[in-house]
Ligand binder design. Structure first.
Ligand code: SF4
Ligand code: SF4
Length: 282
């Protein structure tokens, strides 16, 4: 089963949930934890694991053969990302804008475009006990997370439980990360900001037809509107984690919740069992 852990907004406690769920499951089985928050992967800090392998993520960008090029402009017309501009006697390529879709080289009537690889980040792997860990890391200054997330997810082993830590928000990297999940946990906090972003994340899950449930973190702040919203939408609240200075202290030190407070282990095992039931019933 693939369980993604998402949140409409950053800082709601996704890492706390993803790492504690992976650790709770790893007591009895091998699990995978995939950190797809490629702009700022931080699960490895909580798991204290060593990264032992790293592979480059490349995307193909166009290289123009100006001897063959007739400056017809078809490549620039084809590129919806404005990554090519054709001048009178010059073709300009803007590699940072290129998504590596290949449309320009496919459509060039003179076969004047070849493709060269450009590194946009890395995929790193490591291990800690029964947890196989995979994370993506976007190169500094690079804007495009989806190719790295795709490469991270190529490591998913369907024979195991896989926990996917999704980037915050509801944009393209989130879609790429949650795609093909069996279930999505939406971590939120019970504040107006939290509710606003949760509702956007719920709409996204509906569009992607992914079953979801909510975890309310820092329960006790804000108001009861998040619970009311979940009830109205028929979305189960699967866990509440209270606003607690000790939990905040553990997080700030990079200690997973279920290691710092072992009583929480049972709650995370029960959370997984609830998800299993929901997925089996759907
Ligand atoms: S489509 Fe090919 S021939 Fe036309 S401008 Fe682009 S590279 Fe040159
Ligand atoms: S590969 Fe796609 S995104 Fe890149 S320049 Fe060509 S058409 Fe544009």
């Amino acid at each position: 089963m693939i369980i993604s852990v998402a949140s409409g907004k950053g800082g709601t406690g996704k890492t706390l949930v993803a790492t504690s769920l992976a650790l709770a499951l790893s007591d009895k089985r091998k699990v995978q934890l995939l950190d797809c928050d490629v702009e700022e992967p931080d699960d490895h800090i909580f798991l204290h694991l060593a990264i032992n392998q790293s592979e480059s993520v490349m995307i193909p960008v166009p290289k123009i053969d100006e001897v063959k090029c007739t400056y017809c402009g078809k490549c620039a017309e084809a590129c919806v990302y404005n990554a090519i501009a054709v001048l009178k006697k010059k073709v300009l390529v803007f590699p940072e804008l290129c998504h590596g879709c290949g449309a320009c080289s496919y459509l060039c009537p003179e076969s004047a475009i070849s493709e060269v690889g450009r590194q946009v980040g890395v995929v790193e792997t490591g291990e800690s006990g029964n947890i196989e860990f995979i994370q993506g890391r976007l190169a500094i200054g690079e804007p495009m997370a989806p190719p790295i997330i795709r490469d991270v997810k190529k490591h998913i082993d369907r024979a195991r439980e896989a926990i996917v830590d999704v980037p915050p928000g509801t944009s393209c990297p989130v879609v790429e990360a949650v795609k093909n999940s069996d279930f999505c946990l939406l971590v939120t906090e019970p504040t107006p900001f939290g509710l606003n972003d949760l509702s956007m994340a719920v709409e996204l899950m509906k569009k992607l037809r992914i079953a979801c449930g909510v975890i309310i973190n820092r329960d006790g702040v804000g108001d009861g509107k998040t619970e009311q919203y979940c009830q109205d939408q028929g979305i189960p609240i699967l866990l509440k984690i209270p606003l607690d200075r000790n939990i905040a202290r553990l997080c700030s030190k990079g200690v997973p919740l279920i290691e710092g407070m072992p009583d929480w282990r049972k709650a995370f095992v029960a959370l997984f069992q609830n998800i299993e039931q929901i997925v089996t019933a759907s």
